[in-house]
Design a protein around this ligand. Structure first.
Ligand code: GAL
Length: 820
C-alpha cells in the first residue's frame, strides 16, 4: 500500500512530525488509509483538575479506548467579552497534550453550544445582553461571536499542531450540538444557520472531518452522528459516510431533589455490541468520566455539583466496577475483529422472536454476533453447528464464528464496593472547631440601596450578567392610613422565576421558597408587617444553574420577573397594589463574596464564640489536616442547608444536603432487560440529593493546615462536617468457567477471601451463598494462596483448578468476595 503519511521535517531539527490523514469512506473513519473500529470516551477537562488528567486518560486507555472526547466551554474561557481564561482546569491545550502523551486520539467538540448540563449550555451570559442578538439562528451578532470564539479555539489548537493533519492527536472536530433536535422551532432561519455553521467550520481548514450530532440534514461534508442510549437503528443522512455514535449515555445526570440514576453494565454493553453488530464503527461514551461541577458551572436549573453520571470512572476517577471492566473486555474483543468488521460483507440470519445473527465475512475469515433483543425470553440458538445460550436483551460475540468469547449479559469483571473512611490525619480532632461571621445584609435590608435603580423588574441575567447566583431586588413603599391597601391582613405576593427566593419586609425575613418538581414559574405569598410611612421590601433571588437545553432556552426568564403586589384584605374586599413599576434598586452578589471571606488569607474577623446553628446567611470557617495517602477526598456536609463551599479558596461548588430526593421510584434491584430511561434504576430515595462533595487532592496542602469556608444561606449545623477518603472496601466476582478471574484492590493488597465457591453459587456481592452443586476443592484456600497479599491476581476459572462439581450440565461459575 502507498504510504499516505506526509512528513514535515524542519532544517536542523532532528525530529519530524508525521501528519495523519483522517478521512472516511462508506464504512468507517480511516486513519492513514486504514479503516478503524474506534472506541472513545468523554472526559470534560473543567470537571476535574490538571493533576487528575493523566490518570483519567491513562485509565481510559487501559479501559480499551482509542480516543478521548471533550467539549470546549465557551463561557468558562470567555467570561467577559474578549477576555480569555485558559488557566488551571481550563487549560485546554494541556488537556489535549495529556491525551497526546498517552498516545490516544482526541475528539474536539467545539460547539460552542454544548448543552452538557453546563451553566447556560456553555454560552456566556454577556452574549444574551448584546443588542439585537438571537442565539443559534441566522443572526449577525450571534454568528460573529460564535465565529470569533470557534476560530480562536481552532487557531490555538493549530498553533500547537494538535490536529491529526498536523501530526497531533485530534481526529475529529464538532460544530454546533444536537441542533437537529430544535431546528424546527427556528424555521427557515434555522436551516440557513446550520448551513452557515457548516461553511464556517469548513473554512477553518482543520484538516480532519467535522461532525454534527443529531443533525439529520447535516450539510455535506459534515458527518451527522447519533446521540442516545441506543443508536443501532441510526443511519447517517449520507449513506456513503460511517455510522457514528457520539454520545452513548452511560448513565444520567442528577438534579437537586432527584435520585441517583444508574444504568446497568449489561445494558450499556448491550447497546454498544448491538451498534457494532449493526454496522457501527465509531462509538463514544458520554460520559466516560463525568466528574464534578465546581464553582457555578452546573447548568440546569438544578444540576447537582456531582456529575458522576454512573460513568465507567466515578466522580473521583476510581474505576466503577464492573462497568469499567466489562466494557474493557468488550473493547478488546471488538478491536480484535477490526479488520473483519470494517471490511467484511454483512449478512444476517433471522431466528425469529427478535433473535438475529450477523455474519461479517472477508476472504481471511468471519466474525459473528448473535443479538437477542427480546426483553424477556432467553434463547438457545443452533448456529452453524454450534449451540449458543443468548440471554434476553443481550448480544453474544463470536470472533471466529465458532467460539463465543463475550456476551453482554454475562459479566466476568469484578464488582468493587467503595467505602468512605474517616480522616486519619495525625492529630486530627474528631470534630472540627468552627468560627463564624454573619453575612452583612443590613444595608440591603434596611436601606434598600443597591448599585442601580430602574422603574422596572428585570430578568436576573440582564442585571447581573450571571456574575453571582445572588441578586437583590429592593423597593421602598410609603403607606398612608387612607391607602386603600392599608389594613390588618396584608401580604406580599411575588410572581417569580427565582430558583430560590428570600423575602424581607422592613428587615424581617418573611419567608423563603425553593422550586420543586420543575415548576420554575410560581407565585409566592406571605403575610407581612407593613408600617405606616416608609417600608423597605427586599427580595433576594438566587439562581442554581441557568438552563442548558431546548429551543430558545437562553430566554427562559430568571429572577423576579413580577408582578409584585401588596395585597390588603378588609372584610371581603381585596385591594391590590402593584409595585412592579416602582423604583427598584438592584445589587448583585453578597458582601462576603466581595470581601473574599472564602480566601484563606481573608483579614476579616471571625468569632469562635457561640457559633450559631440554623442561622440564615452565615459564614463558617474551620481548619483541618489533609487526609493521609492519595485516595480521593470528600467532605461530608450532612447537617448543612444550602450554600457554597471553598477549600483553601477553591470553590468546590454549591452544596444543598437539605434538599432530599423524592421518596418514590427507587428499586433495590434493577433489571437490565428492556430499554433504559432516566428514571428506570434509581437509588437514594428520601435521602439528601448530595451529601458528599469532592475535594480534589490538588486543592489541599499535604503539610500544615487547610481551610474550609462555608457560606450557609438557609441555615444549618456544621458540627457534623468531616473529611473522608474513598477507597475500595471489598471486591466480588462471579465468573463463568473458562474465563479468567481478575481481582484488584486498586493498588492496595487483597487482605482476605471472605467467600468463594465454584459451582452454581447464588446471591450477590456481599450476600453470596453456596448453591446446589459445589466443587470439592477448597476454593477459598486456592484463592487465598493466589491472591491474598497481592494487589492484583489472575486465576483460571476451570475444573482443573477447582474440581468438577456435578451441576447437571449447567454452566459453572466461581463466586468470590475478597476484602481489600
Ligand atoms: C445531550 C447533549 C449532552 C448532554 C446529554 C445529557 O442531549 O448533547 O451535552 O446534555 O444530552 O447528559
Amino acid at each position: 500500500m502507498v504510504s499516505l503519511k506526509f512528513v514535515f521535517c524542519f532544517l536542523l531539527v532532528t525530529s519530524c512530525t508525521y501528519a495523519t490523514i483522517v478521512s472516511h469512506d462508506g464504512r468507517a473513519i480511516t486513519i492513514d488509509g486504514h479503516r478503524r473500529v474506534l472506541l472513545s470516551g468523554s472526559i470534560h477537562y473543567p470537571r476535574s483538575t490538571p493533576e487528575m488528567w493523566p490518570d483519567l486518560i491513562k485509565k481510559g486507555k487501559e479501559g480499551g479506548l482509542d480516543a478521548i472526547e471533550t467539549y470546549v466551554f465557551w463561557n468558562a474561557h470567555e467570561p467577559t467579552r474578549r477576555q480569555y481564561d485558559f488557566s488551571g482546569n481550563l487549560d485546554l491545550i494541556r488537556f489535549l497534550k495529556s491525551i497526546q502523551d498517552e498516545g490516544m486520539y482526541g475528539v474536539l467538540r467545539i460547539g460552542p453550544y454544548v448543552c452538557a448540563e453546563w451553566n447556560y449550555g456553555g454560552f456566556p451570559v454577556w452574549l444574551h445582553n448584546m443588542p439585537e442578538i438571537e442565539f443559534r439562528t441566522s443572526n449577525t451578532a450571534f454568528m460573529n461571536e460564535m465565529q470569533n470564539f470557534t476560530t480562536m479555539i481552532v487557531d490555538m489548537v493549530k498553533k500547537e499542531k494538535l490536529f491529526a493533519s498536523q501530526g497531533g492527536p485530534i481526529i475529529l472536530a464538532q460544530i454546533e450540538n444536537e441542533y437537529g433536535n430544535v431546528i424546527a422551532s427556528y424555521g427557515a432561519a434555522g436551516k440557513a444557520y446550520i448551513q452557515w455553521c457548516a461553511n464556517m467550520a469548513q473554512s477553518l481548514d482543520v484538516g480532519v472531518p467535522w461532525i454534527m450530532c443529531q443533525q439529520d440534514d447535516a450539510p455535506q461534508p459534515m458527518l451527522n452522528t447519533c446521540n442516545g442510549w441506543y443508536c443501532d437503528n441510526f443511519e447517517p443522512n449520507n449513506p456513503n459516510t460511517p455510522k457514528m455514535w457520539t454520545e452513548n449515555w452511560t448513565g444520567w445526570y442528577k438534579n437537586w431533589g432527584g435520585k441517583n440514576p444508574h444504568r446497568t453494565t449489561e445494558d450499556v454493553a448491550f447497546a454498544v455490541a448491538r451498534f457494532f453488530q449493526r454496522g457501527g464503527t465509531f462509538q463514544n461514551y458520554y460520559m466516560y468520566h463525568g466528574g464534578t461541577n465546581f464553582d457555578r458551572t452546573s447548568g440546569g436549573p438544578y444540576i447537582t455539583t456531582s456529575y458522576d453520571y454512573d460513568a465507567p470512572l466515578d466522580e473521583y476517577g476510581n474505576l466503577n466496577q464492573p462497568k469499567y471492566g466489562h466494557l474493557k473486555q468488550l473493547h478488546d474483543v471488538l478491536h480484535s475483529m477490526e479488520k473483519i468488521l470494517t471490511h467484511g460483507n454483512i449478512s444476517t440470519v433471522d431466528f425469529g422472536n427478535q433473535v438475529t445473527a450477523t455474519v461479517y465475512k472477508t476472504e481471511d475469515g468471519s466474525s459473528c454476533f448473535i443479538g437477542n433483543v427480546n426483553e424477556t425470553s432467553d434463547a438457545t440458538i443452533n448456529f452453524q453447528g454450534t449451540s449458543y445460550d443468548v440471554p434476553a436483551w443481550s448480544v453474544s460475540i463470536i470472533p471466529d464464528c465458532k467460539t463465543e468469547t463475550y456476551n453482554t449479559a454475562k459479566i466476568n469483571a469484578q464488582t468493587s464496593v467503595m467505602v468512605k473512611k474517616p480522616n486519619e490525619a495525625e492529630n486530627e480532632p474528631s470534630t472540627l472547631k468552627w468560627s463564624w461571621r454573619p453575612e452583612n445584609i443590613d444595608n440591603v435590608l434596611l436601606k434598600g440601596k443597591g448599585e442601580s435603580t430602574v422603574s422596572q423588574l428585570f430578568d436576573q441575567k440582564v442585571v447581573s450578567n450571571d456574575e453571582s447566583d445572588y441578586l437583590w431586588y429592593m423597593t421602598r413603599v410609603n403607606l398612608k392610613e387612607q391607602d386603600p391597601v392599608w389594613g390588618k391582613n396584608m401580604t406580599l405576593r411575588i410572581n417569580s422565576t427565582a430558583h430560590v427566593l428570600h423575602a424581607f419586609v422592613n428587615g424581617q425575613h418573611i419567608g423563603n421558597y425553593r422550586v420543586e418538581n420543575g415548576k420554575f414559574h410560581y407565585v409566592f405569598e406571605q403575610d407581612a408587617k407593613f408600617n405606616l410611612g416608609a417600608n423597605v421590601i427586599t427580595l433576594l433571588s438566587i439562581t442554581v444553574g441557568l438552563p442548558n437545553y431546548g429551543p430558545f432556552f437562553e430566554n427562559v426568564p430568571a429572577g423576579i420577573t413580577g408582578p409584585v403586589f401588596i395585597i390588603g384584605r378588609n372584610g371581603d374586599e381585596t385591594v391590590v397594589k402593584d409595585l412592579s413599576s416602582h423604583k427598584w434598586s438592584y445589587k448583585t452578589g453578597l458582601s462576603g463574596f466581595e470581601n473574599q471571606l472564602f480566601s484563606s488569607e481573608s483579614p476579616s474577623t471571625w468569632s469562635g464564640e457561640s457559633v450559631p446553628f440554623n442561622r440564615t446567611m452565615t459564614w463558617y470557617k474551620t481548619t483541618f489536616k489533609a487526609p493521609l495517602g492519595n485516595e480521593p477526598v470528600v467532605v461530608d456536609l450532612l447537617g448543612l442547608g444550602k450554600g457554597t463551599a471553598w477549600i483553601n479558596g477553591n470553590n468546590i461548588g454549591r452544596y444543598w444536603p437539605a434538599f432530599l430526593a423524592g421518596t418514590d421510584g427507587c428499586s433495590a434491584g434493577c433489571d437490565y432487560r428492556g430499554a433504559y430511561f432516566a428514571e428506570k434504576c434509581q437509588t437514594q430515595c428520601g435521602e439528601p440529593t448530595q451529601r458528599w462533595y469532592h475535594v480534589p487532592r490538588s486543592f489541599l496542602n499535604s503539610e500544615g493546615d487547610n481551610t474550609l469556608v462555608l457560606f450557609e444561606e438557609i441555615g444549618g449545623n456544621p458540627s457534623l462536617v468531616n473529611f473522608q477518603t474513598i477507597r475500595v472496601g471489598s471486591v466480588c466476582a462471579n465468573v463463568y468457567e473458562k474465563n479468567v478471574l481478575e481481582l484488584s484492590c486498586n493498588g492496595k493488597p487483597i487482605s482476605a477471601i471472605k467467600f468463594a465457591s465454584f459451582g452454581n453459587p447464588g446471591g450477590n456481592c456481599g450476600s453470596f451463598e453456596i448453591g446446589t452443586c459445589e466443587a470439592s476443592n477448597n476454593a477459598a484456600a486456592i484463592l487465598t494462596k493466589e491472591c491474598v497479599g497481592k494487589e492484583k491476581c489472575y486465576v483460571d476459572v476451570s475444573e482443573d483448578k477447582f474440581g468438577a462439581p456435578d451441576c447437571g450440565g449447567a454452566a459453572k461459575r466461581l463466586a468470590v468476595e475478597a476484602m481489600c
